[in-house]
Write a protein that binds this ligand. Structure first.
Ligand SMILES: Nc1ncnc2c1ncn2[C@@H]1O[C@H](COP(=O)(O)OP(=O)(O)OP(=O)(O)O)[C@@H](O)[C@H]1O
Length: 274
């Protein structure tokens, strides 16, 4: 089934972690939540899996046993081996005998963990541990798979394994909602929700996000307005919300990173005291 959060607001004391945020994820889709530190990604995921109660808004999600969740924490038991972790979680969800063994060994291969299958989770690299956590979350083929920064700390080659696992879970019919701080990988998701300090700056497919972006971004070495500019590689970018500048500055086609930074800057400027 689909899962959704509709106009959800979550506060912690004086902090508004989410303000009127909506997201919907359908079977077969991978929806990526992107945003920097403190944007509200973890809070939205925890709200979807029922670990945080919203102050207002509606959450629609499958029953607990139909949810697979990799939290921002370790996601596995340090003293258990890779196989023992998978067996333990599989057992909780009622997998036994050959079905359990086949699923476990299949996931070990997909996660590239064969060489570490009998190693304790505490002895895995950070990236291997994230992949084990993702494998554990998807082992019982949940209807809703929720992954909190599954690729953080995972090297670029292992991220390919991880994305293959995520795509296969979606192809298998799961609705997948994941958070990431890597904007290049978020471009691969079916839908994006860009969060910034508790608010959704933009949502939709990457094409929708690009089509909805207004203004012009230029590449320069000497920005004329430093508070509308940022570094990209050896150059700097400069954002012109109201259209191209009156100069021969090189106009660039923005990627997701440019768009997210430009939208966040616009918000900062709108909220700055006048
Ligand atoms: N249990 C809590 N008590 C108080 N404040 C909280 C709590 N959980 C989150 N917050 C605050 O809510 C805001 C959103 O936090 P959240 O963890 O959802 O962001 P995030 O996008 O996942 O960021 P990060 O990638 O840094 O974890 C932050 O300002 C955070 O400090």
């Amino acid at each position: 089934m689909s899962a959704a959060a509709r106009s959800v607001t979550v506060t912690f004391g004086a902090t508004t972690a989410l303000a009127d945020v909506s997201v919907e994820v359908k079977p077969g889709q991978v929806v990526a939540l992107v945003g920097g530190d403190g944007a509200g990604k973890t809070t939205l995921l925890r709200t979807l899996v029922g670990e945080t109660a919203p102050d207002s808004g509606i959450v629609e999600a499958p029953a607990k046993e139909q949810i697979g969740y990799l939290s921002a924490g370790p996601g596995s038991w340090a003293a258990l081996t890779v196989r023992q972790n998978l067996d333990f979680v599989g057992g909780i969800y009622g997998l036994t005998g050959n079905a359990l063994a086949e699923r476990r060994e299949d996931l070990i291969d997909r996660a590239g963990l064969r060489i570490a299958a009998d190693r304790q989770a505490s002895a895995l690299s950070g990236g291997m541990r994230r992949k084990l956590g993702a494998a554990m979350a998807m082992q019982h083929r949940p209807e809703l798979l929720v992954l909190d920064e599954p690729s953080t700390g995972v090297d670029p080659v292992s991220r390919i394994d991880l994305w293959r696992m995520i795509s296969e879970a979606a192809a298998d019919g799961a609705a997948v909602l994941m958070s990431t701080t890597y904007l290049d990988e978020a471009e691969r998701a079916s839908e994006l929700v860009v969060l910034d300090r508790g608010r959704a700056l933009t949502t939709g497919s990457y094409d929708d996000v690009r089509a909805g972006f207004t203004g012009t971004i230029t590449a320069t070495t000497t920005p004329t307005r430093p508070d509308w500019s940022w570094r990209r590689g050896r150059q700097r970018r400069e954002y012109w919300p109201d259209g191209p500048p009156d100069s021969d500055a090189e106009v660039v086609t923005p990627d997701l990173e440019d768009i997210v930074i430009a939208l966040s800057m616009t918000r900062r400027h709108q909220e700055a005291p006048v």
